[in-house]
Design a protein around this ligand. Sequence first.
Ligand code: NAI
Length: 741
Amino acid sequence: MTILAFRLDVDQDGVATVTWDMPGRSMNVFDLAAMDELGSIVERIATEATITGAIITSGKETFSGGADLNMLDRLLGDFRAAAAAGHREAAIERLYAETFRLGDLFRRLETCGKPVVAAINGTCLGGAFELALACHGRIAADHDKVRVGLPEVRVGLLPGAGGTQRVARLVNTQDALTMLLKGEALRPSKAKALGLLDAVVPADDLLPAARRWLRETPRKVARWDEDGFKGAGPKVFSPQGFAVWPAVNAHYRKETFDNYPGARALLSAVFEGLQLPFDQALKVEQRYFAQVIQTDEAAAMIRSLFVSLQELNKLARRPAEVAPTALRKVAILGAGFMGAGIAAVAARAGLAVALLDRDAASAAKGKETVAASLQKAVSRGKLADTDRAATLARIEAGDDFAALADADLVIEAVFEDRATKEAVIARAFAAMRPDAVLGSNTSTLPITSLAAAAPRPRDVIGIHFFSPVEKMMLVEVILAKKTSDRALAAALDFVRLIRKTPIVVNDSRGFYTSRVVTTYIAEGHLMLAEGVPPAMIENAARMAGMPVGPLALNDEVAIDLTLRIMDATRKDLGETAVPEAPYRLIAAMVNDHGRLGRKNGKGFYDYPDSPAGRKRLWPGLADIYAPRADVEAIGVAELKERFLAIMALETARCYEERVLTDVREADVGSILGYGFPPFTGGTLSYIDFLGPGTFVRRLAALTRRHGARFRPNRLLRELARSNETFYGRFGPPRAAADGDK
Ligand code: NAI
């Protein structure tokens, strides 16, 4: 066969160097052709007498990202379509055959009878690291960009080509499971300390070191294939094993609430595999993998968290005809909490930054905040100290708007007050270059109304960051009525430069993310007013898969802000626009008890003074709304459903109103922006996998019990009637999700 993805060179000593370098791709991945090629190379290594040993390396900057998840996404689409058409048995057989190939190939390599060493020159993840684990030796370059790991759980899977079994034999059980369950990408030093690598060497010594390994310490049999092999961890059924496993199980439940079949199967595969001979253990892992890959969770997570995320990161929504924006300098107006965060990420991306505030002292304070956050990044090993100084030097703090004159992009992050923002925008345009674009970081004010304060409304756009800016990966870009394609392209180019994921939405009060998250918090208030105990509310939300409960989240956002929003809504839309019970709750919290949230240490929770202390729910809540006497009668399943349903429904409304126009953005935005449970694939995938018909029926039941806020909107009713899904009707051209079940 023609070899395309790999190069094979055999030198006079019989050392075969296999260099993985797929033409026309920036990263090596395992697709079907690459698997075929590697298969024939492994046969040559095994059977050609002139080959004495092999080095496997990569010709690209990264070693490889592993299996081609786009291919897997298509494979799953075919599988679901065939299964839905009534050919389930044949579809499963094909899926098994395809998914078992990689594991079988790696085992053949491991038992080929010649020593093989992996020379890991760049990031090596997933299936690629499983390949390295099946080599007899592993050497990595000591470089900042090198990472190794098995991130499969992050897309709802488990490693299925021997990764769980090899890691669990090389590394002690506790560390192995932590690494596997977190899907962590490890630095070489950490991987070596764990026992996953044999050596870490300077980058330019990588291939010579691999050769030395073959000459001096060749091993051609894996340790687990040797007689008397003992793994790095204790036997499962031993006193030490008993000390590990129950704790692991408890930890898994606490972290996942058993929502992730991939993580559950991973634990089972390791638990069972460690008690079996190696080849049987591999079979156990393969079978778990084959089961998990058929789950809705895996299909949803691969689609949203890999395929769609990748497409959004490649700026799927960018107007193609606009030339790339030359971004060298960005000016940030308002050096407060958000402004400082935006300055930090922009400077880290290499941009020159002007950080401006009302006076020089406030701006300097903002720069100090940046300095502290960079220092923290250094102490966590995320930033080199030399880069810290250079990054900080790129930020110029002050109060003179003349600094705007050579900025390519201006971002305003001043107080959330219309008059202040309008004044700042007008002043900025007077100082800006005639072609520069202005983005507003407002969280609630419609951009179209702010753009009216600018002489060039076409150049005004919303660039909505999430807090904390350094950590949150999403940026919501908001189109005002007159926003030009050029401004959109500039905003998206900026978001990509700072390595975040953009979604593009149309203007509306609260845009998309703030609007949906408000319904989540409000549902928590309503439950409290119904007499559901606060701890039950918070736990039900976490059990549903949310990262924080609605009351804890309200504390973060600030309760007085909620009151201000409620007051404004009542003023604009009438008193009945906000239900009486939650309004009474929030007004009492703020006006009677001075409980503003985390910012004053007193909200739905009490916050301890010491950073080490734990927050606790405020007992005084019972005096505002006493818990019901018949707490046992409250159904936790319904509480969980209410949280997810109200957010999914609000997303469907945003879609109907064209605030959202892309299903991928709805889903990815829901997970990255407000923590909608990743295992669902996002708000619209939640509806699609449930089936719009089923969802509408459930909403009808919730409406009967809890009121009109659960009433399905027209679009949902229409999809239910025509038995369609969001992805089926609006999705980008690729495998459709399940129909109504
Ligand atoms: P902040 O109060 O920490 O910072 C605002 C800064 O703007 C202050 O340093 C203030 O001195 C400065 N400022 C006020 N008037 C000014 C003027 N005329 N010229 C120059 N600077 C002026 O507020 P924060 O939290 O940073 O919010 C800023 C914006 O970001 C608001 O629009 C807010 O809604 C939005 N936002 C806030 C989020 C959050 O979680 N705090 C999340 C997303 C958006």
